[in-house]
Design a protein around this ligand. Structure first.
Ligand SMILES: [Fe+2]
Length: 143
């Protein structure tokens, strides 16, 4: 399955939807890279995407977690566990492994991120942010 953003994935909180689209884009680039020719050196691109993903995910999770007080009925314990699982996976890969096992790592990373998006962004996030917030924060997403 190729990861492509679909407006049906929106949670209707504009900045969260924008960030989710960005994560889809990074995951899409990762998937393309993981399908690239195995005999080419892609160390720089893999590392760049990995760093982008970590930086972006950290900011995005902070922004989502700021919404916690507005959704007291959500299962935030589980939600935070899922956020942490991505950061932990991304930040514990040794760079020499990435270098020597580029094709293997790019595929593993691409699969992990795709599974995480399906399990978290398309399930947990949508369940969480479809609950009724304490205050009106839902703004229609124009983009
Ligand atoms: Fe989340």
């Amino acid at each position: 399955m190729t990861l492509k953003w679909n407006d049906a994935y929106k949670v209707n909180i504009s900045h969260v939807d924008k960030q989710h689209r960005e994560i889809f884009e990074i995951a899409y680039q990762l998937e393309n890279l993981s399908n690239a020719r195995l005999n080419m050196d892609h160390y720089y691109e893999i590392n760049k995407l990995l760093e982008q993903l970590i930086t972006y995910a950290v900011t995005h999770f902070e922004d989502e977690e700021k919404l916690m007080p507005l959704y007291p009925d959500a299962d935030w314990e589980q939600h935070l566990r899922e956020h942490n699982s991505l950061i932990q996976y991304l930040s514990t890969v040794p760079s020499d492994y990435i270098y020597w096992k580029q094709a293997e790592f790019a595929k593993a990373l691409s699969h992990f991120v795709r599974d995480w998006i399906e399990q978290h962004m398309l399930l947990t996030d949508r369940i969480t942010f479809n609950l009724e917030p304490l205050e009106a924060i839902h703004k229609p997403s124009n983009s």
